[in-house]
Design a protein around this ligand. Structure first.
Ligand SMILES: [Fe+2]
Length: 244
């Protein structure tokens, strides 16, 4: 598939999840338990009004001919349990500021006038049988008080199981970010990822690979039911939404 164009067709975007699959981080049964991706606050700007389009291509809203501004980033990875088993049918949501640092939230008043109305700001993806997800978005930019990040929420069976954030490895703002530095050093590494140039891209696209490890060993079995985690554990893992 030729990725050297600015606007991928909708079907191509969806199928890119297979081409840009995550690294072979874990082989079930071979390694010790994986380090859990640390939970992070949801923050105040999970969209209060969903965009007209909630697909996994944040660069284009519906059939608009004008894409969002920003460094095009192909963001993919897998949702895994701690044993390295892929979690299928996990509901993955991301949200982030546009290239002018504006959230898709009416309470985000900073720079509101310069909002990029072509940026979707939020997207969803349901993982496939190998636990893969894929989004096309922009490289996040800083906003006052925060280093660049992309918010993630993972839900299974209608319950939120992890809320976290992905950061740009090597960004100078990371050292000053209270939320990022609040994670212990080993776990912090698991949310820092390279936004690397996409091979053979003539327009400077980036690719980032971010596997997410859920805290339990819950996974959806062939019968479509959740296994390996109880309701009380689900509840304990709900991120405290009123944190900053
Ligand atoms: Fe944020």
């Amino acid at each position: 598939m030729n990725r050297n164009h600015t606007i991928l067709g909708r079907r191509e975007v969806l199928h890119s999840t297979l081409a840009l699959g995550a690294t072979a981080l874990a082989t079930p049964g071979v390694f010790a338990e994986l380090l859990q991706t640390p939970p992070q606050t949801e923050g105040p700007f999970y969209p209060n009004q969903m965009p007209l389009d909630t697909d996994n291509d944040l660069l284009v809203i519906n059939d608009s001919i004008t894409p969002a501004v920003g460094e095009i980033t192909h963001l993919s990875g897998r949702i895994l349990d701690r044993k390295g088993n892929p979690v299928r049918n996990a509901f993955v949501e991301i949200w982030q500021v546009d290239n002018h640092a504006v959230y898709l939230h009416t309470d985000d008043k900073t720079n509101r006038a310069s909002q990029d109305t072509n940026f979707q700001g939020y997207g969803r993806f349901l993982t496939d049988s190998k636990g893969h997800y894929y989004f096309r978005t922009i490289k996040p930019v800083p906003y006052p008080g925060r280093t660049p990040h992309i918010h993630f929420a993972i839900s299974q069976g209608g319950k939120r199981t992890l809320t976290t954030q992905l950061y740009v490895k090597g960004h100078p703002g990371n050292a000053r970010d209270r939320l990022l530095q609040g994670i212990d050093a080993k776990a912090r590494e698991t949310v820092l990822r390279d936004f690397a140039p996409l091979k053979n891209s003539s327009i400077g696209e980036l690719a980032v690979d971010f596997d997410i490890v859920l805290g339990g060993t819950a996974s959806e079995g062939e019968d479509g039911k959740m296994h390996g985690i109880g309701q009380s554990q689900w509840r304990r893992r709900q991120t405290r939404r009123n944190d900053r």
